[in-house]
Design a protein around this ligand. Sequence first.
Ligand code: 7PJ
Length: 256
Amino acid sequence: MGILNVTPDSFSDGGQHAALEGAIAHAEAMMEQGVDIIDIGGESTRPGSPPVPLDEELRRVMPVIYALRDCGAAISVDTYKPQVMREAVIAGVDMINDINAFRADGAIEAVRDSDCALCIMHMRGEPATMQQQPEYGDVVREVTDFLRERIAVLTGAGIARERLWIDPGFGFGKTVEHNYALIKSTRRMVEDLGVPLLAGLSRKSMIGAVTGKPVEQRMAGSLGGALAAVAQGAKIVRVHDVAETVDALKVWQAAH
Ligand code: 7PJ
């Protein structure tokens, strides 16, 4: 899964048209590099980020979704807003990726009657404040229990289990130690819950903490993290560096 951010700050010259053109060019580059899924996001959810209003998020992501939906790669939309989910479902996207695990009012109703995949991510708190001293008794158990409960709520609402993906939510209300405890427990989590797992750790602070590198120098560390996640049973890795990750996975799989 390649990350496609459609936020004004990810394009130097700003402006709606430039953002659309830039996003499509980036998507085309990822396609050439062998991406399977393009994850389109209109709101930065990095720690401390402010929320984006609904109409602004729709303005950012919908034109990109319509431009890319027949591109050959599967399309995922990274959103926690039910209205964005509704519009994305109408546009025919393949996955809704919700960092909030479909907890917003109306989120389940927005996706229930479609057949797209749904990624349920664990997050403690909210992006604006989530990195302020996250505490757990047993992080693996608490994240697993949360995901189990969300699976029960979604399937209880009539959603087929086969549509679901789980994600421990690296960096979302977790210390570096919590993140590594979770990655080491990926296989157990997948076995416990019986739902495939998506891992997103590309360029995150857990990579910087181990390598001592700033965000723009975390590619090699992120490749190590992606391989570790796949070795632990992750079936999708959400990454910035598609070409490098595809190569790393090809060699790892050939040697496996
Ligand atoms: C994740 C995500 C992740 C899923 C972001 C960033 C922050 N969606 N959206 N999993 N992270 N499913 O990429 O640094 O880890 S935004």
